[in-house]
Design a protein around this ligand. Structure first.
Ligand code: IPD
Ligand code: CA
Ligand code: CA
Length: 266
């Protein structure tokens, strides 16, 4: 079997192993929750259990591969293949019993994202992409929407756990769209936000402060669905910087102009 086919099998097994823990702990009244930096930046025992289950699957198959995972950080290192893991993207939703959360895993090979999977077990949506081979939702090919004017679009964004008091910050940008009547949703899971752009449910997603595990899988899924992902200045996206704009491609330049207040809507 080719390396990518073998990686895909392990990827899907790892995602399922993590999802099993999400199902096990969901709506558990005694769920143990602790806080990271910030006031409400939670990590739960389910995050740790899912992360361990995922890493166990990967290590059993590929003990030498580089692993970067949200809660444990970097383990192993020094391999050309790197697994980037968010055991639960949308932890606050998860711990509140809101079924908008997912296991997200991206695989980078020699610095290029080659495979990604985002799975929300509560609505049974498995998003998957392989570089150059398209994006899929539950094995059905997906593509981005065809709307071409921001004023007629449905957007999504997210806000960091600690308020970002900066010029053109998350609330100012949010307000700019809302004042013009453009719907901007806030789901609470960046991985799902990206996948829903890929599936054509949203035309665009932007966020000011994300981490590699939030976006590694999702940005490949958007690109493979025919969309575009950049930083907030329209430059090539890297999951190792914080800002992201992901769209159907058609509204990308206009969305960036509005985000920077260089274009007025309506
Ligand atoms: C968070 C979610 C959220 C985004 C935050 C992320 P977590 O991830 O993706 O939508 O706004 O910036 O940190 O903490 O639930 O894994
Ligand atoms: Ca996350
Ligand atoms: Ca997480």
């Amino acid at each position: 079997m080719y390396l990518c086919a073998m990686l895909k099998t392990t990827l899907l097994n790892a995602v399922e192993a993590g999802a099993k823990e999400l199902r096990r702990y969901f709506n558990n009244e005694d769920l143990k929750i602790s806080n990271k930096e910030g006031i409400n930046n939670w990590v739960t025992e389910a995050d740790h259990a899912a992360e361990k289950a995922i890493i166990d699957v990967i290590k059993a198959q590929y003990p030498d591969h580089f692993i970067l995972s949200e809660e444990v950080g970097e383990i192993v290192t020094g391999s050309e293949v790197k697994w980037i893991i968010d055991p639960i993207d949308g932890t606050i939703n998860f711990a509140s019993g809101i079924p908008i959360c997912a296991v997200s895993i991206g695989i980078e090979k020699n610095g290029e994202m080659v495979l990604g999977a985002v799975y929300n077990p509560f609505i049974n949506e498995m998003f998957f992409a392989e570089k150059g081979k398209g994006a899929f939702l539950n094995d059905k090919k997906i593509s981005v929407s065809k709307k071409s004017e921001v004023i007629h679009c449905c957007l999504v964004t997210g806000f960091p756990y600690t308020y970002l008091d900066m010029e053109n910050g998350p609330l100012q940008v949010f307000e700019r769209f809302v004042r013009k009547g453009v719907p901007v949703r806030r789901l609470g899971s960046a991985a799902i936000d990206l996948c829903w752009v890929a599936a054509g449910r949203f035309e665009g997603f932007f966020e000011h402060s994300l981490s590699p595990w939030d976006t590694a899988a999702g940005y490949l899924i958007v690109e493979e669905a025919g969309g575009k992902v950049t930083d907030m200045n329209g430059n090539k996206y890297s999951p190792y910087q914080k800002k992201l704009v992901a769209t159907n491609g058609l509204i990308h330049d206009e969305l960036i102009e509005v985000i920077h207040n260089r274009k007025q809507l309506g």
